[in-house]
Design a protein around this ligand. Structure first.
Ligand code: EPZ
Length: 430
């Protein structure tokens, strides 16, 4: 099994190019099956979840061709089945976007129940409620979600919780329903807006994405398009916190600073300098980190996908910080690992009470999920001594070339497979 081995203590310094947003690319790829014409998409990140989705789409007859590492053409004119049951698709969350996309176009879809990171119960009732409101019959059998409709008809849908996935799924199905759909209490995340822009570029009529009311006038046909995915807000935020935690000076390039506002605001509160330009943000951490409080919230609030990274920083900040996780109930699993590195954190329900310590010390730890895994790597880069992070397949679900990008900022980190590799790494870095 591959692991990341690292020696901490070097400040990260330099510039890093941020890739396309995984959580925008996933629904956009799924939505590209909604036309028989060819779709060309740029800025696709080369990460595991994307590759699993592309493979599953290939399994139902979608022709997909990577024209370069980050560009893909999709043609769905040869789809031969509406049953998506690929073994790997169950492991990713975004498999369910194929329900909205296929149901919208073909009025029928059968897709394996979604998996994804184990960060909470991750209900799908709002997705099903939305499909049913549009006129579909939906049930779950043998581990599959089966959705069918004679026709889809626009409806007024109030989401009981703000859900990225449900907003996206219902938006896709409604794009090809008869008449108008209104989604109230919609998610406002940048990737929701990116999908709406993508669908509109295919001929859909979606207004209001980015606010909590989305209005969709259904169309009968969507056409081919060329589209570039937005930069990854969470990858950018992860490198920004890596700068803070290692007392570094990092510029994240190819970003939309507006999407990073809640992250920048928290970095300022804990004593970092943050400089924004048109498509870059520089984070300088020259002073000791301070404490603050943070609560995760739907966009534009502080993202749950950045909760482990900020906790890693606050655990090195002077004083007591409180982190409240309001989106997923099981997202503090990494705290035990961080405690092994010397952090002083007590978790009570959805709250972590953090007493800042002077330093982390290296340890062998497990990545429990994607974002927590990345956060533990950052902790390892700040720690005194050597750290090994195991189960890095989680990190590779969502970060492209993570260790290579960190190396380019001066991190002493390598991918290793065996203890022998680790010993060699130790000899090399001294
Ligand atoms: C998306 O998950 C992201 N995944 C997650 O990123 C991210 O953490 C999350 O949004 C929140 O921003 C993808 O985009 C593939 P939700 P999603 O539906 O859509 C409850 C990462 O690290 N809920 O917005 O599954 C749910 O239980 C991943 O990249 C219902 O109750 O999240 C949760 O408490 C991890 N019923 C809250 O809503 C539903 O039908 C928000 O979930 C749907 C959701």
């Amino acid at each position: 099994m591959e692991q990341y081995a690292m020696k901490g203590g070097s400040p990260l310094v330099g510039e890093v190019e941020i890739g396309g947003a995984k959580n925008a690319a996933l629904p956009i790829l799924a939505a590209s099956v909604m036309t028989d014409e060819t779709v060309y998409i740029e800025n696709i990140p080369d990460v595991r979840d994307i590759n699993v989705l592309l493979k599953a789409m290939g399994g139902i007859g979608v022709l997909e061709k990577r024209t370069s590492r980050h560009c893909v053409t999709i043609n769905a004119s040869q789809v031969h089945t509406l049953v998506v049951e690929d073994d790997n698709i169950k492991k990713i969350r975004a498999s369910y976007y194929l329900i909205g996309a296929l149901l919208g176009k073909y009025k029928e879809a059968t897709v394996a129940l979604p998996g994804g990171c184990n960060i909470g119960s991750r209900a799908i009732d709002q997705h099903l409620k939305g499909f049913r409101a549009l006129g579909a019959q939906v049930h779950i059998e043998y581990g599959l979600i089966v959705a069918k409709a004679e026709k889809l008809v626009g409806a007024h849908i109030y989401m009981d919780v703000v859900s990225v996935g449900a907003t996206i799924n219902v938006m896709m199905a409604a794009a090809m329903a008869e008449g108008q759909t209104i989604i109230e209490n919609a998610a406002k995340e940048p990737h929701v807006v990116d999908l709406a822009n993508f669908l509109n570029s295919m001929g859909a009529n979606i207004k209001g994405a980015g606010t909590d009311v989305i209005r969709i006038k259904g169309v009968t046909r969507l056409h081919g398009t060329e589209y570039a995915i937005i930069p990854d807000q969470i990858e950018a935020g992860t490198f920004m916190f890596a700068a803070a935690v290692t007392k570094g000076d990092v510029t994240v390039k190819n970003v939309i600073p507006k999407h990073l506002e809640s992250i920048s605001a928290k970095l300022l509160e804990i004593g970092c300098e943050v400089e924004e330009s048109d498509d870059a943000v520089r984070v300088v951490a020259s002073k000791p980190l301070l404490h603050t409080h943070v609560k995760t919230l739907p966009y534009p609030g502080f993202p749950t996908d950045m909760q482990p990274q900020i906790t890693v920083a606050l655990a090195l900040g002077k004083g007591t910080s409180i982190v409240t996780e309001s989106i997923f109930e099981n997202r503090f699993k990494y705290v035990d690992e961080l405690t092994r590195m010397g952090a002083d954190i007590k978790v009570e329900g959805n709250t972590a009470i953090i007493n800042g310590v002077d330093k982390y010390t290296g340890a062998t730890i497990l990545a429990p999920d994607l974002r927590a895994g990345a956060a533990l790597v950052i902790a390892g880069l700040a720690a005194h001594g050597y750290t090994v992070v195991d189960e890095i397949q989680y990190i590779e679900r969502g970060y492209e070339d993570f260790h290579i990008k960190l190396q380019s900022l001066g991190a002493q980190i390598e991918k290793v497979q065996t203890d022998r590799d680790f010993q060699k790494f130790k000899l090399k870095v001294g």
